[in-house]
Ligand binder design. Structure first.
Ligand code: WT7
Length: 652
């Protein structure tokens, strides 16, 4: 089994069972197994029935064309995503329903009805057109968690311009890489965004990034910091930079949605892999919206009067699918919050839940573990009685965190949906259905209806514990890697014939429940964020003092994993504490704060096989303070023994 499968024994002895509460079953969106049965009787008809719930300008002629590894869904169909998320709600009572409730970190509040959101999206879509952005042009979005992030995404989809959202925590260099990879024509950013009392200087970062970008013609800047404090100077550059509020003020609210093909590019979103630069995951229009809308309804039991809050950032796929597209396609009321969970105090999330009457709450295990550490007194200060469903996503949830979530947040009343999926899958793939599935703490339970999953070994034989594998194409699957179809084939489709390899290990228990065990490749999960070891190693080697670096994940009680870096300096020199600080800073500058190594160890040599491959497995043993594993293939076993001694001396 993989290195991260150590939790297996614990999981296998997990015997707690939670049946859907009786009160929850009443009026549930999915109340019986019928959905599973109809999907397994005819998978394509099942997905087609979900597509039919969307608004199409023209119906498809073929549900699926599958030419492995390339899929086309709802072939020939024409639709527009912003039309489905906005316009179609305007003809009834949803017109005046709140689409978005937003709270900034300093406490400022803004609310948009569906009508209001539609108006501003149309205005901004026209503003983008006015800047020469049209169908097929790529637009980069680098914004904090403010309403304009959702508005910008929807405005792009309205005019058929694929967006590429870059998380606001990424460095100028990471932003530049992503802008250049997609050849973005416009950039939408803000002067700043609030995070834990400080201001993230997004425009300053963007200006730095643009020094190495040639394709950006116009920059739109949202006045977020200036709005409140007037302290942020956005350094507007004449001719290139435009204030969002000025563009909107002059723009017409009349903007017909572009008629898009089901397989037209909707967005590109970068994610880390084992090798090389982050990959631009490509999602298209019809299949993506179909699966996102279907899972939103069924997994979250979404009803008309729910107040739904997903705590992710729009810079990640969770924000795309379950803050913007899934909820709005279903006419939901979405709460969006700008800042940190512990600002000004450790009860900010619970304060928000109480204040807005949140009924559905979707967050990540790393956040739950932080809440556990902060203590029950924080949620206990607030009335959380409106909550009726809890969700988890991003990494395996350990049973103790699940139990805490269940007891302290859900008051033993709310089902928990542990949802497994990826940037690449676009939408939820493995999950309970809250009124149907008996849950087990730590298990994502079963594939969503219409999704075909199995466990395979390297040779492609079915096993009870091994690699997770997806055996049939699904509507919201990635279509390729932007500009690199070869890498798409290689990364996801070369392990087995015509079967998708997600890179996760998993185990099935005697009752057929699936237990996800984490990544089986060199991808780390730091606070639920995917980071490739290679990316961090490249950033370290980029520093003039470094010749070689190896990065491993080290277990951490809140973040799941943190980064431990082993670094060899030029001339085999030993480094001092100042250099440690400098190297950490260098990585933050190259990638962003999420990639900051927790530990840096200077190593005269790194443990390698005789063919020169660095043995990260042994470095992980060193970092974890464990007994060293099998060393028979090592060129020089003394290297790792010495490192271990050095590490132990340092960590005390
Ligand atoms: C990787 C995908 C899906 C949106 C957020 C992350 C891990 C995700 C679970 C879960 C166990 C999970 C997997 C996956 N993962 N959800 N419920 N249980 N592991 O998207 O950044 O593309 O990361 O996150 O390892 O491969 P992502």
């Amino acid at each position: 089994m993989n290195e991260k499968g150590q939790g297996l024994d614990v999981l296998l002895t997990e015997t707690r069972r939670f049946a859907p509460p009786e009160h929850f079953k009443e009026g549930a969106v999915v109340s019986d197994r019928g959905l599973y049965e109809s999907a397994s009787a005819d998978r394509l008809a099942f997905w087609e029935s979900w597509a039919e719930k969307l608004d199409w300008f023209e119906r498809w002629h073929t549900v699926l064309e599958w030419d492995p590894p390339h899929a086309k869904w709802f072939v020939g169909g024409k639709l527009n995503v912003s039309h489905n998320c906005l316009d179609r709600h305007l003809n009834g009572p949803r017109r005046n329903k709140l689409a978005l409730i937003w709270e900034g970190e300093p406490g400022d509040v803004r609310e948009y009805t569906y009508e209001g959101l539609h108006r501003e999206v149309c205005q901004f879509a026209n503003a983008l057109k006015g800047l020469g952005v049209g169908k097929g042009d790529r637009v980069a979005i680098y914004l904090p968690m403010i309403p304009e992030a959702a508005i910008a995404m929807l405005a792009c989809t309205r005019i058929g311009a694929p967006h590429s959202v870059v998380f606001g925590g990424f460095s100028p260099e990471s932003l530049a890489d992503r802008i250049n990879d997609v050849g973005a024509k416009a950039l939408i950013t803000a002067d700043g965004g609030y995070r834990r009392g400080g201001i993230i200087p997004l425009k300053e970062n963007a200006d730095k990034a643009l020094e190495s970008c040639t394709t950006i013609e116009n920059v739109v800047v949202v006045a977020r910091g200036a709005d409140l404090t007037a302290k942020v100077d956005a350094h507007m550059r004449e001719g290139r930079d435009h204030w969002y509020h000025e563009l909107i003020a002059d723009a017409s609210a009349d903007c017909a949605p572009e008629v898009m093909d089901a397989e037209d590019l909707l967005y590109i979103l970068y994610t880390s892999g084992t090798t090389g630069k982050p990959k631009g995951v490509v999602h298209t229009t019809g299949g993506y919206l179909t699966q996102v809308a279907a899972t939103m309804q069924c997994v979250f039991d979404l009803r008309e009067d729910d107040i739904y809050w997903c705590t992710a950032d729009v810079g990640w796929v969770t924000g795309h699918s379950y803050i913007v597209y899934g909820p709005l396609a279903n006419g939901a009321t979405v709460l969006m919050y700008e800042g940190g969970p512990d600002w000004p105090e450790k009860d900010r999330f619970w304060d928000l839940c109480e204040k807005y009457g949140v009924t559905i709450f979707y967050t990540a295990p790393t956040a739950i573990r932080a809440f556990m550490k902060w203590g029950e007194e924080w949620p206990d200060k607030h009335d959380l009685s409106k909550l009726r469903l809890l969700g988890s996503v991003g990494e395996p949830i350990n049973p103790e965190a699940w139990m805490w979530y269940h007891r302290v947040v859900g008051k033993e009343r709310c089902p928990i949906v542990d949802t497994w999926w990826q940037t690449e899958t676009g939408a939820i793939m493995i999950t309970p259905l809250p009124a149907v599935t008996e849950t087990r703490p730590g298990s994502a339970t079963h594939p969503f209806p219409g999704i075909s999953v199995t466990l395979l070994d390297d040779a492609g034989a079915e096993v009870e514990a091994g690699f997770l594998a997806i055996t049939e194409p699904w509507p919201s699957m990635l279509r390729t890697i932007y500009g690199d179809d070869e890498r798409y084939r290689e990364t996801y489709w070369s392990k087995w014939d015509g079967i998708y390899f997600p890179g996760d290990g998993a185990k099935r228990d005697d009752d057929g429940y699936l237990w996800l065990l984490g990544r089986v490749d060199d991808v780390l999960s730091v606070a639920g964020h995917r980071i490739g070891t290679m990316e961090v190693e490249s950033a370290l080697v980029d520093h003039p003092a470094v010749v070689e670096a190896a990065v491993v994940g080290k277990s951490h009680d809140v973040k799941g994993e943190v980064i431990a870096a082993f670094v060899t300096l030029k001339g085999g020199k030993d480094g001092d504490d100042d250099l440690v600080v400098e190297l950490k800073k260098h990585v933050v500058e190259k990638i962003g704060a999420i990639a900051r190594p927790e530990t840096v160890i200077f190593a005269a040599d790194l443990p390698k096989t005789r063919s020169g491959k660095i043995m990260r497995r042994l470095l992980k043993d060193v970092a974890e303070g464990k007994a060293l594993g099998d060393m028979t293939t090592l060129a020089d076993p003394a290297v790792v023994e010495q490192l271990k001694a050095q590490y132990e001396a340092k960590e005390g």
